[in-house]
Design a binder for this molecule. Structure first.
Ligand SMILES: Cc1ncc(COP(=O)(O)O)c(C=O)c1O
Length: 334
């Protein structure tokens, strides 16, 4: 077979790029029948919302305490994003608060599993609105023994460079609903269609897929390493009499981010920076703050205090000990 077009890549380009992130492999990993690979987590959200029939006149609920990608994805469809607060004891969407913001127009709820720990998904499913699980930060997690991403109407993943597994850029939609998956597969690509039904160029390239595939094989090693590092940081917080990141017993934490609350958050981040360790606010700015909305008490409390310290499989033991040393020094000063 001679393909109509083919990119030119030489042997060196192909080294290490021997396979592709096939949807089937991903399905096996999280135990679901259907998946579509796309170009990013945002594209995955956009197509999932469209496939669920979300459009102008509809409302979609999402947390305020999340990156702006979710808000943009809802706006791409013409629907109205409705923000909700997070749980007081964790960083995830509060089912109680969502309930107060639901209307007849609510067409879907986007539920991110923040920082590597599942939201209270059962409570949210009980609300009776289609749920899109956003697993961009929680590939490989479980809630009550079942993989996150297998509860809602659909789930999305991101393979951006700093995510749990990296493909540079990339995303995936998974669902039990084969029709939904087929509609998304159809919209992902515009080429050689019988009609002009709205379609996109949201494909994952083979090069990105190959990298993602090779990373997927190491998923359990990556998560184990993150959990090991978290145990080291836990000791520091315990010694400083600070609360540890919430680790609920019925859901495992994969520590995509190690986030704790500190009254002197700004000073700590600046001081760590001066010592050569880059810490950040884990959410740059909550969505309600951009929009001038109020009534997000828990989000405000968390946003003013949350600190995220470096945690990823590539950290060497020496680097972890350096982070530990500086955290100890600064946190002992109060
Ligand atoms: C929770 C969440 N959802 C979606 C996205 C968007 O993913 P992408 O950057 O692949 O578009 C991100 C990215 O940071 C994220 O953190």
């Amino acid at each position: 077979m001679i393909p109509h077009s083919r990119p030119f890549l030489d042997g060196e380009d192909y080294r290490g790029v021997l396979d592709v992130l096939r949807s089937e492999t991903f399905c096996q990993e999280i135990d679901l029948p259907g998946a579509v690979a796309v170009s990013s987590g945002t594209a995955a959200l956009h197509l999932t919302l469209l496939a669920l029939g979300v459009g102008i006149g509809d409302e979609v609920i999402l947390p305020s305490y999340v990156c702006t990608a979710l808000w943009h994805a809802v706006r791409y469809t013409g629907a109205t994003p409705v923000l909700a607060d997070i749980e007081a004891d964790a960083f995830n969407l509060s089912a109680l608060d969502v309930m107060t913001r639901m209307t007849k127009k609510t067409k879907a709820i986007i539920v991110p599993h923040m920082f590597g720990q599942s939201a209270d998904i059962n409570e949210l499913l009980n609300l009776g609105i289609p749920i899109i699980e956003d697993c961009a930060q929680s590939l490989g997690n479980h809630y009550r023994g079942q993989p996150t991403g297998t509860f809602g109407a659909a789930a999305i993943f991101s393979f951006y460079a700093t995510k749990v597994i990296a493909a540079g850029e990339g995303g995936m939609v998974v669902s039990r609903d084969r029709n939904l998956i087929d509609r998304i597969r159809d919209m992902r690509d515009y080429d050689e269609k019988e009609t002009l039904t709205q379609s996109f160029n949201y494909k994952l390239t083979d090069l990105q897929a190959a990298l993602g595939m090779s990373q997927l094989k190491k998923l359990s090693v990556f998560i184990a390493r993150r959990q090991d590092i978290a145990r080291r940081y836990d000791c520091v917080l315990r010694d400083a009499n600070l609360p540890l990141p919430i680790n609920k017993p019925d859901r495992e934490h994969s520590y995509f981010r190690y986030v704790f609350l500190l009254d002197s958050m700004d000073r700590f981040i600046n001081d760590m920076g001066r010592l050569g360790v880059v810490c950040r606010r884990p959410v740059f700015r909550p969505l309600h703050d951009y929009l001038g909305q109020t009534d997000f008490e828990v989000t405000n409390h968390v946003w003013r205090r949350a600190v995220s310290v470096p945690i990823y499989p590539g950290l060497t033991d020496e680097e972890v000990e350096t982070v530990v040393l500086h955290m100890k020094t600064l946190l002992s000063k109060g």
